[in-house]
Design a protein. Structure first.
Length: 267
């Protein structure tokens, strides 16, 4: 599957748009299932190599709609990429954190159940989803540290790039080496996920064996590091699957991811 196979489909639309800042990228789309709730909720983070010009939150609309049809609310966040003023380190991380914490403020109005919050992210969003789940472990002197981060109880990463230090080594991933430098400013201790281990949450990595953007080997390398630190990490490799299929609602890969999300939310 190539990108036009997904992006040229009719694009479903969210129910509510919520701003958490003044920048045009500081926005969240809320997808609400029918009924009064309380609605089990999924935090969603888009990819695009942390670059706004490559992708924004709307690239996730098809799987957000699928989760809405399955009876879940979806909190689909956006953030300033490294190619935007204020993005990179620390802005991209601060945006993702602020967008996530805003869920706590809006949950009562929309009857969102965040007592067991599951996050999912694609590509660069897989990294951010796991980073958000681990930011309670940030060093005390980190400018990215939050006083009361919203707890995330499980993460399903879709072709994620969690280990930024590994991604910074030549030849790197399909995102390139330069973007990793802009994102981290060389500070892997508070931007990459392995230094935050153990996260003490359930982690599932869904990856395509034929992914040419994020090599499937990255998943096993990350999982081994986290297991050594005491975390539970499962890897699901999907054959005949590249990068796009991971967020295509009719794909085998997304069926596997949705199954993991449903299981993590007790369905």
């Amino acid at each position: 599957m190539i990108w036009p196979d997904l992006l040229e489909r009719p694009r479903p639309q969210p129910d509510v748009e919520i701003r958490y800042g003044d920048n045009q990228m500081q926005v969240v789309d809320l997808w609400l299932p029918p009924g009064k709730g309380p609605h089990p909720t999924v935090l969603m983070v888009h990819g695009g190599c942390w670059q706004t010009e490559i992708a924004d939150r709307r690239i996730m609309n098809w799987i957000a709609d699928d989760l809405r049809k399955r009876g879940f609310a979806v909190w689909n966040i956006d953030y300033r990429g490294v190619d935007r003023e204020g993005g990179g380190y620390p802005g991209t991380f601060l945006d993702a954190a602020a967008a996530t914490d805003a869920l706590r403020q809006h949950a009562p109005k929309y009857n969102l159940d965040i007592s067991r919050l599951v996050a999912t992210g694609h590509s660069a969003g897989g990294h951010l989803a796991l980073w958000l789940a681990g930011r309670h472990r940030l060093p005390a002197n980190s400018p990215l540290r939050s006083l009361n981060p919203l707890p995330i109880h499980a993460v399903v990463s879709l072709g994620g790039l969690q280990d930024l230090e590994e991604a910074a080594r030549p030849p790197g991933s399909g995102c390139g080496l330069e973007v990793i430098g802009k994102l981290t400013n060389g500070r892997y201790a508070d931007t990459s996920v392995p230094p935050l281990a153990p996260l003490k949450i359930e982690q599932v990595l869904v990856n395509g064996l034929q992914d040419r953007i994020i090599p499937s080997s990255y998943a096993e390398t990350y999982a081994n590091k986290m297991r050594a630190a005491g975390d539970e990490v499962r890897v699901r490799m999907v054959d005949r699957t590249g990068h796009v299929e991971l967020i295509a609602p009719d794909s085998v890969a997304w069926a596997a991811a949705a199954e993991e999300i449903e299981r993590a939310l007790g369905r």
